[in-house]
Design a protein around this ligand. Structure first.
Ligand code: XIL
Length: 297
């Protein structure tokens, strides 16, 4: 096939991009978006600060624009993210303890209900583990509501939208290391105790290379009985063509790897300013990494 989306579909997978509602009037951007991708993620528009700017006051305008545009283009939508220590609205940052816990659970219930039936996979909890090399939970106000905050979040999401796949999503979990092993242990425990979880997202904000054990890491999670997804792929530095090829091959080699999402379309759209980590240049031309991914799919 001649596009990322069609080639991935031939391998029973989606190929997605994170997009911004503010760019939907840019025709270079929307031309690539419609042509290449079969899934979209809102880069910011479905986060807590965007969807509940004041407590109990929900704002879905920008998120709905992304959803409606995707549906009009026949693309499916990944939900990102229901509970995360970052991009919390100011009012929630001011809460703690049981008040924060109920605000978080209400947020999940409301947002997942609003988008019920329209999201293929939700990042229910994002980035809950630390980078301390010991696999600790990240210290955050959410974590301080009690160690069971993650399973409470997943249960609330399942109750609100039973049809969505519920994912745990994180970065620096792309290879086998203390952080990914801590996530692995949590997922294994959730599966053993019947806590609802369906997928693990690997952000894959990489530089130069994918870890040598990238595929093995995806596989060990898949072997727990969850899907795996590459959720925010971008690769800075040298060797982009080889690294994108390696990530694509790894996903194809793991039968439960259901799709890949790149975190933006053109280099100029990337949050990693100045690193040109994406598949299209600032003018919208296909880069060598694009061709490598297409030919690997
Ligand atoms: C980033 C967005 O790309 C930026 O526009 C925003 O300013 C900050 O967040 N991990 C995630 C994403 O889960 O939500 C982040 O997205 C990138 C890191």
């Amino acid at each position: 096939a001649t596009t990322l989306g069609a080639s991935a579909a031939a391998r029973n997978r989606y190929f997605g991009a994170a997009i911004a509602a503010s760019k939907l009037g840019d025709s270079t951007y929307t031309t690539i978006l419609k042509r290449e991708f079969t899934s979209v993620t809102a880069e910011n528009e479905m986060k807590w600060d965007a969807t509940e700017p004041s407590r109990g006051v929900f704002s879905y305008t920008a998120g709905d624009r992304i959803l409606n545009q995707a549906q009009a283009n026949g693309q499916k939508v990944r939900g990102h993210a229901l509970a995360w220590h970052s991009q919390m609205p100011g009012w929630a940052q001011a809460l703690s303890g049981s008040t924060l816990r109920s605000a978080m659970l209400n947020h999940i219930t409301q947002v997942a209900t609003h988008y019920k039936g329209k999201i293929h996979s939700w990042d229910v909890v994002n980035e809950a583990f630390a980078d301390d090399g010991r696999g600790s939970r990240r210290d955050s106000s959410l974590q301080r509501t009690g160690n069971d905050w993650i399973e409470a979040a997943f249960k609330a999401a399942r109750a609100a939208d039973p049809g969505a796949k519920l994912c745990y999503n994180d970065y620096n979990t792309d290879g086998v290391n203390a952080k990914s092993t801590a996530v692995y242990t949590m997922v294994k425990d959730f599966k053993a105790r019947g806590v609802p979880i369906d997928c693990v997202g690997f952000q894959s904000h990489l530089t130069d290379n994918a870890p040598a054990d990238y595929q093995a890491n995806l596989q060990r999670f898949a072997d727990l009985g969850v899907d795996v997804q590459i959720t925010e792929l971008d690769i800075a530095g040298n060797n982009q063509t080889a690294a994108y090829t390696a990530v694509t091959k790894a996903c194809l080699a793991v039968s439960r790897c259901t799709g890949i999402t790149v975190w933006g379309i053109r280099d100029s759209d990337s949050w990693r300013t100045g690193t040109n980590p994406l598949l299209f240049d600032a003018s919208g031309n296909k880069k060598a990494a694009y061709t490598a991914v297409l030919n690997t799919l």
